[in-house]
Design a protein around this ligand. Structure first.
Ligand code: T1G
Length: 697
């Protein structure tokens, strides 16, 4: 073992059983010291005649959670994981993997190369490499299908999802599951194996499972839709096909070679960037790691409208009792009914059991009386987007709530400082900005106000994680971050219509880039009435050209509200597929004539650059203003909010890869073409280019 390494694997012998304990916080990742320590453990087993078996167990909260991601961009230090796996595979004495927490990636691959696998009933198992744009490289591809069959194995490899211990026992991944005391249970299991002769079982000796004809091609077609733009899921199918017709050692070598190629791939570098960025976003400026979040036992949601219902479900799903505060009986009963309907649809879709839905409904307490909030620790305010209404609700909450209760507004653009000023404890006020539908969308923009207490910021961050969101702290700014950047993309999309592009051309370019849906199909989904109302609310702050660009109003006035009326930017038949509509071409031609704008051929490149560079430039301004802490936060927001393709790493990562000098040059080109006020490069971009740096240097 390298003398620089700290000791992360300790060995002890209990009778005839050697026990190797891995202790490499926080997740027992397979750092060099762990790999070397486990190779030493196998060698000790083989060289000690008194030792008849080896148990590999981990300290801390989990079994090995995979290769150490932080080592991927560093020179590899032997022994690589494959060497350890081969030593385990060749070992002539039984090795038992004893697992708890999440046995993932290389950790599960180690277990697959052992003779036996036991686990706590709370343990979970997975090969999440694909979520990092990788694939298993140390036996996951060649061993897992042999153990649990191709269908189960390919599902785990291609989607990276975890399975629980019960399922793992059923499929043959595990030999035994125990309720508690894993070390003692694993030791007893090992002693039994030894007493019965110490038989070894090599997964590599198992026959290759049969593959139903057509199964793999069906998976290729399914994954092309399900994992649009992602390479690794398709390669997973190719590798499983390869392992089914290739001798084990050769297949293992090709698996490893593919993993190495993927580690160097742009997609994996983008996905690993997001993995790190999501965790970096949890570190809040001005909130030291030792600041304890407040204990949140009971939550209230004020405002049982569409957003309030989704927010209430987030907390119910996570096991919090929720008090739902309405303004009158009708409003409240509609809210309760809406929540029940969403939970019932979850049952119908098999996402939850009827018992779970009933249990969650039993934890919902509807009320019209603020006095019922006397024991609540956190209120999420989601009443109508009107400042006076919100200030009235805040004042009444302030009077009813205990001193330590947090009030978090879900507003998407109203001034959080004004709300904080309407209560006696502004340090308890923050924003928790959910995205519709709140119980589905992962992104949570947590908003810090000027006086928000550090432990309140820590609390809304930890609560955000507990309810399964991806929380990102943002500062004051109209539309915070996601909506503010989206408004620039929308502006350019509208201007491009005026300049001669069609809705279908723009949607095709942006969905071709990787967004789940183009801006105009999205507008038809949201409804032109909703879009017109949002435009009206922001009209005063718009530039003259934006104010005159009233295509949305014209469509709404013509009753073209989108999917809900069968026509908006597109026509919709029963299949709800958007079809170009000559009437829209006429409406646009009339608008352009009315505006007297010169018409020209618009290239796809111009559409992409104007829409996306406008967003990147706005993000740079947001960072300049301190409304976002770091470029990685912007990437996390857009890949979890409005569907920026994750394999491109987010807006800032994508722009950085293009090169900021190129981005600056394009901004200058469009400043001349569209207008300085829209494309003048942000100070941050100017300064980074001047210093020869990128967003992440
Ligand atoms: N390597 C290094 N650090 C890791 C890590 C890893 N694999 N996984 C987590 N961390 C750090 C993380 O950055 C954070 O650090 C802390 O641990 C807590 O993580 C050869 C090639 C295990 C389910 O993809 O899914 O094996 O911010 O905040 O929410 O074929 O971490 O505190 O400084 O996420 O409780 C495959 C990735 C690797 C697992 C725990 N393995 N990790 O979740 O805590 S590739 C993975 C996770 C591989 C082989 C291939 C989760 C978790 P910090 P956390 P959590």
């Amino acid at each position: 073992m390298n003398e620089m390494d700290i000791q992360t694997v300790t060995l002890e012998r209990q009778g005839a059983v050697l026990v190797a304990t891995v202790d490499n916080p926080p997740v027992n990742a397979l750092s060099h010291s762990v790999r070397a320590g486990l190779v030493d453990a196998v060698e000790a087993l083989e060289s000690d005649p008194q030792a008849k078996a080896l148990v590999i167990v981990c300290a801390g909260r989990t079994f090995i959670a995979g290769a150490d991601i932080r080592e991927f961009n560093k020179p590899l230090k032997e022994p690589r994981l494959g060497v350890l796996i081969e030593r385990l595979d060749r070992c002539e004495k039984p090795v038992i993997a004893a697992m708890h927490g999440t046995a993932l990636g290389g950790g599960l691959e180690i277990a697959l190369a052992c003779s036996y696998r036991v686990a706590l009933e709370s343990a979970r198992f997975g090969l999440p490499e694909v979520k990092l744009g990788l694939l298993p490289g140390s036996g996951g591809i060649v061993r897992l299908p042999r153990l649990i069959g191709v269908e189960e194995a390919l599902a785990m490899i291609s989607q990276g999802n975890q399975v629980d211990a019960e399922h793992a026992l059923e499929t043959g991944l595990l030999d035994e599951v125990m309720a508690d005391d894993l070390r003692a249970g694993a030791l007893a299991f090992a002693e039994r194996i030894v007493a019965e002769g110490g038989a070894i079982r090599r997964t590599s000796d198992l026959p290759v499972p049969t593959i139903e004809p057509g199964f793999l091609d069906a998976k290729r077609a399914e994954f092309a839709k399900k994992f649009k733009g992602l390479d690794a899921p398709q390669i997973a199918v190719d590798l499983v096909e390869m392992m089914s017709t290739t001798p084990f050692q050769e297949a293992a070598a090709r698996e490893y070679a593919t993993c190495k190629e993927l580690i160097a791939s742009p997609q994996s570098q983008a996905l690993r960037h997001l993995f790190a960025a999501e965790r970096a976003a949890l570190k809040i400026d001005g909130v030291p790691a030792e600041v304890e979040p407040r204990e949140i036992r009971t939550v209230a949601v004020a405002g049982p409208g569409v957003m309030g219902r989704g927010i209430a479900i987030c907390f119910l799903n996570a096991g919090y009792p929720v008090v739902l505060l309405g303004k009158d009986e009708e409003n409240l009963s509609k809210g309760v009914g809406g929540i029940r309907k969403i939970l019932e649809s979850g049952v119908k879709r098999g996402r939850m059991t009827q018992e779970a839905a009933d249990e969650q409904m039993s934890h919902l307490t509807p009320t019209l009386d603020y006095a019922d909030l006397g024991a609540v620790d956190l209120v999420v305010e989601a009443v109508t987007e009107d400042l006076a209404t919100k200030k009235d609700v805040f004042a009444r909450l302030d009077a009813a709530l205990p001193d330590r209760a947090i009030i978090a507004t879900n507003t998407s653009f109203l001034d959080i400082e004004a709300l904080a000023s309407s209560v006696t404890r502004p340090e308890n006020v923050a924003g928790m900005h959910f995205f519709n539908p709140a119980n589905v969308m992962k992104l949570l923009e947590n908003v810090r106000a000027g006086r928000t207490a550090p432990d309140v910021l820590a609390t809304i961050t930890s609560v955000g994680k507990k309810i399964g969101k991806v929380p990102v702290m943002v500062g004051r700014s109209e539309g915070f971050v996601a909506n503010r950047m989206l408004s620039k993309r929308s502006r350019e999309a509208q201007f491009l219509l005026e300049d001669g592009a069609t809705p279908q051309q723009i949607d095709k370019v942006l969905s071709g880039f990787g967004f789940p849906i183009g801006p105009f199909a999205l507008a038809d989904l949201a409804g032109m009435d909703v879009m017109a109302a949002a435009r009206k609310a922001r009209l005063a702050g718009m530039t003259p050209r934006e104010q005159a660009c009233d295509i949305v109003d014209k469509l709404a006035a013509a009753g073209r509200l989108g999917q809900k009326t069968g026509a908006g930017y597109y026509l919709y038949g029963d299949d709800r597929k958007p079809q170009p509509d000559p009437a829209v071409d006429e409406l646009l031609a009339a608008h352009r004539a009315e505006r007297g704008l010169p018409q020209r051929e618009i290239t796809d490149e111009e559409i992409l650059e104007r829409c996306l560079y406008a967003m990147v430039n706005e993000a740079a301004k947001i960072i300049d203003e301190g409304a976002a802490a770091r470029p990685g936060d912007i990437d996390v927001i857009w890949t979890n909010g409005f569907g920026w393709p994750t394999h491109l790493g987010g807006p800032m990562f994508w722009a950085n890869r293009i090169g900021l000098p190129n981005v600056k040059a394009a901004l200058e080109k469009y400043s001349a073409l569209v207008g300085e006020e829209y494309f003048r490069p942000a100070n941050l971009i100017e300064s980074l280019v001047a210093e020869g740096r990128g967003f992440y240097d």
